[in-house]
Design a protein around this ligand. Structure first.
Ligand SMILES: [Zn+2]
Length: 87
């Protein structure tokens, strides 16, 4: 077995660093994708909860809180999801 020279060790170290960098980049990408998918599923659940009543122009979920609560369709929750900022 031969002992690697210093330039050979440097090349091995460089490939090792490159490999670790690629691996950490891949792990970060997978974690980001999981986060985005989880957020998308949460938004889908919120939209399923806040849906328009078939018999009117109210949100089914928000109407359960009584007439004092803004339950007009789209309700504040759906408007917030759609990008409208409530003041
Ligand atoms: Zn609602």
């Amino acid at each position: 077995m031969t002992v690697p020279t210093l330039p050979g060790l440097l090349v091995l170290a460089a490939f090792g660093c490159l490999g670790l960098g690629l691996a950490s980049f891949a792990v970060a990408g997978v974690l980001c994708l999981r986060h985005v998918l989880r957020g998308g599923r949460a938004i889908t659940r919120v939209r399923a909860l806040h849906r328009q009543a078939t018999h009117g122009t109210t949100c089914i979920h928000c109407a359960a809180f009584g007439p004092a609560y803004d339950n007009t369709w789209p309700c504040p929750t759906i408007r917030a999801l759609d990008g409208e900022v409530a003041v």
